[in-house]
Every structure is written in structure tokens, then in C-alpha cells.
Design a protein around this ligand. Structure first.
Ligand SMILES: [Zn+2]
Length: 357
């Protein structure tokens, strides 16, 4: 049996620090395309890489941003992704909903968990999903069949709300990123029916196991080396695991000075990882099928679908990954600090962030 591999890309704008200091403003396209010296090192890089290796991915596109960006700059992005043959599915960050109120700054002070789905009332979650679906419908692309929540937060109420909204599948779980504490949702992989919705978790594995302590990691491009990903894919295939979901974001392919994205440089480490994973999947089509999560989730459930095995990585691969990541981040910070000290001409692509809102 071939293992399905679903690369998922959360495609979203940024609050840009506006909730920390209301003089900051949210960031739109720059957060997605991540242009460096006139070249898109974010979404453009991802699309080019997927096309070269003939891979169909799932893009979870955030919709509620339209409450801030009234001209809806996400619409052409969603249309372009659909036009490129990828699955475009629904991602929702409740925090954007606040901007529909003139007095959002005052309301922000009253709500400590403005972006949380966990612990949110079921009817409220349903209203947010339906609002996002109405914005999504305005983009003129097929309606979403898969839901992904903000920061992978979830609880039983969210699954009931998703089912009531008519969305049959979800990919809300990455145990090492958000663990609700509810054993029903400690899902490391596979497909699982929860309150009328089939959940397809992002793969969580154990990257090291020492002195009786097992460390968990959710499979992302930014946190996992190619050697580790290949080991996991091979082990998943041998174990008969029917699908593996991987998480990434466009902004992982650049390094930024801070959340304003004023200083930005290409992230060669992560770009090389995606390139290697895509090339490997392209070369091993005898073992793996690459497809969207909606396509994978809609296959008939088999006896093995709910297999919740925890795959193990190799410590000897985790250690060099930690070292190279640390060194590359340090080097990037040093380069970005140098860039920040240099006087720059104001030209296209280097406009003050305020101009992008
Ligand atoms: Zn998100």
C-alpha cells in the first residue's frame, strides 16, 4: 500500500504586533509572498518547488482577515492557488473578527483569549466558521471540505460546530504544538471520526527518547531535517500508515528581524529542506502518493485508518538538526541586525509597513 503524503501550507496574514501595541498595523501580502530583492521567497518559492516536482498540496487559507483588509487581498491568492491545481481549504483565526468593531481596541482589553478556539462556546465557533465560509464563497473557488483551526487549538465543541457548518473533514491536531489534555484528541496520525468530522492530524512523532523521557515533535519543515522526514516517511510506509500530513507556512522560507518584517532574508536551510522532501516524494512515487487532505480524507475508512501509532525518529538525526538549526538562526539574526543598521533607500518592496495595511 502506498502512503499518502499531504503537504499542508497555512496561508495567512499577520496581526503584525497590533495587539501588543496598537500603533503597529497588520501585514497582508508581504507575510505570504515574502519578497526579498524582488523575488518571492515565501509562497512563490513553495509554488515553484511543488510545480517542479509535480506535487499537489493543501493550502489552508485564512478568511477572517477580510474584517481588517476590506479590499480582501487574500482573494487573488486563493484564486491563484486553486488555478495552480492545489486544494484550497479553510483556515480561521478568530482574532481578525475583532476588527469588525470600531471599538476593537477597547474590546481587545476585555478578551484575553481572542484567538482561541479551545474553550469557546460551540455556537460562537459555528458563527465564526460560517462567517469565514461566506468570505471564502466570495472568492469564487470550490467550497472548502477541510477545516484547520488557529494554532491547532481544538475541543469537542469545535468538532460539533464544524459538523454543523457542513465541513466533513478537519486537520486541527498536532499534539506537540497544542495538547488539550483530552486523551480522545491525542492523535499522532491516521484518520479519526470525532463528532461527525473525520480528523486528519499532522503527524506527531518522538524525535528522541532518553532517561525515560519521550520528546514529541509535530512534523514541520521548519522543525525537522530532511534526513528525519525521510526516516519517518519510510517508517510510516513500512508500518502501513495510510497518510502523513506535514505542516508548513510561507514565512518559514525567510528569516525576519522582527514581526514587522522590515528586515528579511531568504531562509536557505528551510528552502533546501522543502526542496529535498519534494524531490524525494517525486522520486519515490512507487511508495508514496502526494495529494490534498480533502482527497485523502474522502477515501473510504479502512480498519487501519484509525491506527494511532507513534513513530520514532533517530536521535542521531535529531542532534545534528538541532545544531544546524541553532547555528543558522544565530547567523540569520546577525545578518538581519547588520541589515537593520544599514541606511536603505525607500523603493518598491521596502515601503513602510503602514503603507501595506
Ligand atoms: Zn494560522
Amino acid at each position: 500500500m502506498k502512503t499518502k503524503v499531504c503537504l499542508s501550507v497555512d496561508t495567512e496574514f499577520s496581526i503584525g504586533g497590533a495587539f501588543i501595541d496598537t500603533r503597529n498595523v497588520p501585514i497582508a501580502e508581504k507575510r505570504v509572498w515574502c519578497d526579498v530583492e524582488g523575488k518571492s521567497e515565501g509562497l512563490g518559492f513553495i509554488l515553484d518547488c511543488l510545480e517542479r516536482h509535480r506535487i499537489t498540496a493543501t493550502f489552508f487559507v485564512e478568511a477572517l482577515q477580510q474584517h481588517y483588509f476590506k479590499h480582501d487581498p487574500m482573494a487573488p491568492i486563493a484564486q491563484r492557488l486553486h488555478g495552480a491545481g492545489h486544494e484550497v481549504q479553510l483556515h480561521v483565526h478568530p482574532c481578525w473578527h475583532l476588527f469588525q468593531h470600531e471599538d476593537w481596541k477597547e474590546r481587545l482589553g476585555q478578551k484575553s483569549r481572542v484567538d482561541a478556539f479551545f474553550g469557546r462556546d460551540e455556537d460562537e465557533s459555528l458563527a465564526l466558521i460560517q462567517d469565514a465560509m461566506a468570505i471564502f464563497a466570495g472568492w469564487g473557488i470550490p467550497a472548502p471540505t477541510v477545516f484547520r483551526s488557529a494554532s491547532l487549538q481544538h475541543d469537542a465543541a469545535l468538532y460539533r460546530a464544524t459538523a454543523r457548518a457542513g465541513i466533513p473533514y478537519s486537520s486541527n491536531i498536532g499534539v506537540a504544538i497544542f495538547d488539550s489534555g483530552d486523551p480522545d484528541y491525542k492523535l499522532y496520525g491516521g484518520r479519526h471520526l470525532r463528532h461527525g468530522v473525520i480528523e486528519c492530524p499532522i503527524l506527531t512523532f518522538s524525535d528522541w527518547d532518553m532517561f525515560g523521557k519521550q520528546h514529541l515533535k509535530t512534523l514541520t519543515i521548519t522543525g525537522t531535517s530532511f534526513a528525519e522526514t525521510r526516516t519517518l516517511l519510510e517508517r510510516a510506509q513500512r508500518a502501513g500508515i495510510e497518510q502523513v500530513v506535514i505542516l508548513t507556512h510561507p514565512f518559514e522560507y525567510v528569516q525576519c528581524g522582527d514581526f514587522t518584517m522590515r528586515e528579511m532574508r531568504r531562509n536557505r536551510l528551510n528552502q533546501r529542506r522543502l526542496e529535498q522532501v519534494a524531490a524525494y516524494l517525486d522520486a519515490r512515487r512507487d511508495l508514496f502518493d502526494t495529494c490534498g487532505i480533502g482527497a485523502a480524507a474522502s477515501m473510504p475508512m479502512a480498519a487501519t485508518s484509525a491506527n494511532n501509532a507513534l513513530l520514532k525518529g533517530r536521535l542521531l538525526q535529531a542532534l545534528p538538526r538541532m545544531a544546524s538549526q541553532y547555528a543558522y538562526e544565530r547567523y540569520g539574526k546577525w545578518q538581519l541586525a547588520r541589515m537593520a543598521r544599514q541606511p536603505r533607500p525607500v523603493a518598491a518592496g521596502t515601503a513602510p509597513i503602514a503603507d501595506l495595511a
